[in-house]
Design a protein around this ligand. Structure first.
Ligand code: ADP
Length: 471
């Protein structure tokens, strides 16, 4: 494997998790081994000590009952029975003089342990020792014990069988541990890869997106774990970004397309005045028209900004308790003169309703847009009716009904789009932004604006607002 690939592997979370997993496993296995090793060696030592003490007690009984000569013969017999390479016996006086022993040819390296004898004579306590004989693998456990007045018994027993068992145990442990650490690393790698694969999917999608494809989504698993939650949140975030980018695109398309006309008109005005106008009055007219066009342009830009801010949630509502009946009456009063000018009757039905929580200035703007449209698109002699009602005290409903031009069925789904205007209404001034703003503001209140219409007979726009926003 090329070295930089190996280096990048070593940086991965999966690699580090595997290392940790195998490391923790190895350390805990070693601790378990050490505990077990200590337990087993102390068990063997205690067992040997018990055997040595039992033999010493037999010697002490024989000495008491049958005398020193019987003890000497017993030492020879016991050494032969146990095996000369297994046990040895020495009978010593209190000053360490040997007066009898078993066959010591195999044990000649073991001298008289003067320090142990001194300790025994002084403290009258049995002295145990473990001795390693040079150039031999096994160890010897030795007991010094007083078996009668002035008679010390030194018994030694080879610990070879126990050492062999412990060595075998060590070897088996080593082999098993190497295999288990390998297995733990394998399992750790598998588990880490499984956990990290979800994060990698998110990273891959993010990379594809930075390459320009916003429609990609991370596949979400069915386990519902943290990785699935991350994928879901990431996808939600992508959805939101996609909407925002589409809105920005639409907005720039709109700017390019719809703001061009007023600017072209302003330019045309200036050009005509420059080429033809010679009188001061003509310049004044041009200036007045330019101001008017600029006002329309500014109004359009402000409305567009308002719609975008409201839809993206940047615009915060200034909420308070709102008396809907009063708001509807105010809107009707405001637009009454316009209705009169156009020869229309404007009726306002406002029974008292429960107050709702909302932004009064924004609700006023929705109402003004709907009533203004109804008046604009209803020919003289027609009727506009604005009525307020409520459903179960939980929703306020305002309907704005007119007997005007109506909207063709194929245009109905499009009237809330930005800059959309029906062909038959182009004779009236307008920007095609009023209904988009009304709907965006209603939705910011968790309400909506909907429409039903019959061409040539009239339209009904319905504003629905909940009394309280759901959190
Ligand atoms: P504007 O009124 O400035 O053109 P709007 O967004 O308010 O823009 O309305 C979009 C279009 O929907 C209007 O141009 C008109 O064609 C249609 N429309 C809106 N309200 C009515 C209505 N009450 N009757 C008939 N057509 C309407």
């Amino acid at each position: 494997m090329p070295s930089n690939r190996l280096r990048s592997y070593r940086k991965t979370l999966a690699f580090r998790l595997t290392l940790w997993y195998a490391g923790v496993f190895a350390v805990s296995s070693c601790v378990a081994f050490l505990l077990f090793y200590t337990l087993i060696t102390s068990f063997f030592r205690d067992r040997t000590d018990q055997e040595l003490l039992a033999q010493a007690s037999e010697f002490s009984t024989v000495l008491a009952s049958r005398g020193l000569e019987a003890v000497k013969s017993l030492a020879l017999l016991e050494a032969q029975a146990g095996g000369v390479k297994k046990v040895f016996f020495r009978l010593l006086s209190s000053n360490g003089q040997i007066f009898s022993s078993s066959n010591m040819s195999y044990w000649q390296d073991i001298d008289i342990r003067n320090a142990a004898i001194k300790l025994l004579v002084r403290d009258r306590k049995n002295v145990f020792e473990t001795i390693t004989i040079p150039n031999r693998k096994d160890k010897v456990r030795i007991l010094h014990i007083m078996i009668g007045p002035g008679v010390i018994l030194q018994i030694g027993q080879s610990m070879e069988t126990d050492s062999r068992f412990i060595d075998a145990f060590k070897n088996i442990f080593m082999i098993t541990m190497v295999l288990l650490i390998g297995l733990a690393a394998g399992v750790g790698w598998f588990m880490a890869r499984r956990a990290v694969s979800g994060v990698e999917a998110v990273t891959r999608t993010a990379q594809e997106i930075s390459g320009g494809t916003l429609d990609k989504r991370v596949p979400v698993g069915t386990r519902g774990d943290e990785i699935d939650q991350l994928a879901t949140t990431f996808n939600q975030m992508l959805g939101r970004i996609e909407i925002l980018i589409t809105e920005i695109k639409e907005m720039s398309d709109n700017i390019a397309h719809d703001l061009k006309s007023p600017i072209t008109r302003i330019r045309g005005l200036a050009e005509v005045t420059l080429t033809t106008g010679k009188e001061i009055g003509e310049y004044e007219n041009m200036a007045a028209s330019t101001v008017e066009e600029c006002d329309r342009l500014l109004d359009m830009i402000n409305t567009m900004l308002m719609i975008t801010k409201t839809e993206s949630g940047v615009h915060r509502l200034d909420e308070e308790q709102v008396d809907m009946a009063r708001l509807v009456r105010d809107a009707c009063e405001l637009l009454e003169p316009m209705a009169e000018d156009r020869g229309l009757s404007l009726r306002c039905e406002t029974p008292e309703t429960s107050p709702l929580v909302g932004d009064p200035r924004m609700i006023q703007r929705i109402l003004a847009n709907l009533i203004d449209n109804a008046i604009k698109y209803t020919p003289s002699g027609g009727r506009v009716t604005v009525s307020l009602s409520e459903i179960d005290g939980s929703e306020a409903i305002v309907t704005v009904q007119d007997t005007g031009l109506g909207i063709p069925p194929e245009d109905l789904p499009r009237v809330f789009e930005r800059f959309f205007r029906c062909d038959h209404s182009r004779s009236e001034p307008g920007t095609g932004l009023g209904l988009s703003l009304a709907r965006a503001l209603a939705r910011a209140h968790q309400g909506d604006v909907t429409v039903t219409s019959t061409l040539g007979q009239g339209s009904t726009f319905t504003l629905t607002l909940p009394r309280h926003k759901r959190t």
